[in-house]
Write a protein that binds this ligand. Structure first.
Ligand code: S3P
Length: 426
């Protein structure tokens, strides 16, 4: 993909459905008794991998674009798959499904692509083993492929060392099959879509501060899910609208769950002009239209409990920082090193390659804004968020930017380049 400087962006788009919510809707619909309709489903590669896994375990799922119907067979309705479950590039599929598989009465093997099979899985193996699960790393390196032999599970309280919704969700989902109440406390509150959606499926889940507790239900009841737009996808166009000159764009129906909206708080701290219209609530998952205008930005500090609420947006926040006046410091974000790529290293290296003043630290980065960017060749290591961040950099840089492996945007945002062109041409 080749990109060059754009004079302005204008028009409106609806960003695709939320990735985290789409995964959960398929998983919980499969475990519920009855039919779950999902609208505005994200038909990206990650969520399609989740559908594929549940189909292989005997669940009938119809998918036509963004409309999905799941014919759930109840908590004990999954069947042993005949082959390995292929989780592709998706950490969410791997970690959440492992919690579910730990409580089944069959054995399965999960495996993904080269990036997925290098990501740390000890973080879920430890609590699942505490619950009595049999889960092993096939190559003995605490990564996938994982072999899981379902067992009767013990309820536990787990003090998670990381603020990770994937770890929290894994333990809570194993808790569906445990012999009592299972709870998880995390160091900072991570996204709470699992807790909200399990409640919508009739499960008793309580949340207090940084602890969530699940009571194992007899059954889960099917329900319909309307997926709001994904703020993590909107993030690229929020950034594009703010830094591209003369721009005004409307992003329709963006999910604004408070455990996900840290990006907006940081943008406001930086002086961004972002207005909200048509605020609405989709069963506890609020959404609104965002109107984003070109803004003069200033540097800021991003740290602490804010980090889990914007974890996937940090590469694009770093890009905003390169266009802001003064210094931006991002810290407490060591989790970025174990995402689809080492996002601290890749973000800093590419910003420097494009002419920015950026420096990596162990748990974040320091960016001194204001240096003009020039085009560069971007190797995104098949990381969708790096590809999209540097595409937005490319339309604001002198000369040509080339993104290799740009098709990896399909993981979370198959229509990304189409929508970028529509805002450019309208
Ligand atoms: C996700 C949680 C986050 C996030 C990922 C999706 C989820 O990961 O980075 O893209 O859907 O639960 P961690 O829980 O590992 O931080």
């Amino acid at each position: 993909m080749k990109l060059t400087k754009i004079e302005k962006l204008q028009g409106e788009i609806s960003v695709p459905g939320d990735k985290s919510i789409s995964h959960r809707a398929v998983m919980f619909g499969s475990l519920a008794k009855g039919t779950t309709h999902i609208s505005n489903f994200l038909a990206g590669a990650d969520c399609l991998a989740t559908i594929d896994c549940f189909r292989k375990m005997g669940i009938e799922i119809e998918q036509e674009g963004t409309d999905v119907t799941v014919y759930g067979k109840g908590l004990h309705g999954l069947e042993k798959p005949e082959e390995i479950l292929d989780v592709g590039n998706s950490g969410t599929t791997t970690r959440l499904i492992s919690g579910i598989l730990a409580g089944q009465d069959f054995e399965v093997v999960l495996s993904g692509d080269a990036s997925l099979n290098q990501r740390p899985m000890k973080r879920i193996m430890t609590p699942l083993k505490m619950m009595g699960a049999e889960i092993d790393s096939v190559n003995g390196n605490d990564c996938a492929p994982l072999r899981i032999n379902g067992k009767k599970l013990k309820a536990i309280h787990y003090d998670s060392p990381v603020a990770s919704a994937q770890v929290k969700s894994c333990v809570l989902l194993a808790g569906l099959y445990a012999d009592g109440k299972t709870s998880v406390t995390e160091p900072a509150l991570s996204r709470n879509h699992t807790e909200l959606m399990l409640r919508a499926f009739g499960v008793d889940v309580e949340s207090h501060d940084k602890t969530a507790e699940i009571t194992p239900p007899k059954e889960m009841n099917a329900t319909d899910i309307i997926v709001p737009g994904d703020i993590s996808s909107a993030a690229y166009f929020i950034a594009a609208g703010l830094i591209t000159p003369n721009s005004c764009i409307r992003l329709k129906n963006v999910g604004l769950n408070p455990t996900r909206d840290g990006l907006l708080r940081v943008c406001r701290q930086m002086g961004a002009d972002i207005q909200m219209e048509n605020v609405r609530d989709n069963g506890g998952e609020p959404a609104a239209d965002l109107i984003v205008r070109t803004s003069r930005l200033k540097g800021t500090v991003v740290e602490g409990d804010l980090i889990p609420t914007l974890i996937d947006e940090i590469p694009v926040i770093a890009l905003l920082a390169a266009f802001a006046e003064g210094e931006t410091v991002i810290r407490d974000a060591q989790e970025l090193r174990v995402k689809e790529s080492d996002r601290i290293a890749l973000t800093v290296d590419h910003l420097i390659k494009m002419g920015a003043d950026a420096q990596g630290t162990e748990d974040g980065m320091i960016i001194r804004g204001g240096k003009p960017l020039h085009g560069a060749e971007i190797h995104c290591a098949y990381d969708h968020r790096i590809a999209m961040t540097f595409s937005i950099a490319g339309i604001n840089a002198e000369g040509e930017t080339v993104i290799d492996d740009a098709e990896c945007v399909d993981v979370s945002y198959p229509t990304f380049y189409e929508q970028l062109n529509s805002l450019h041409e309208s």
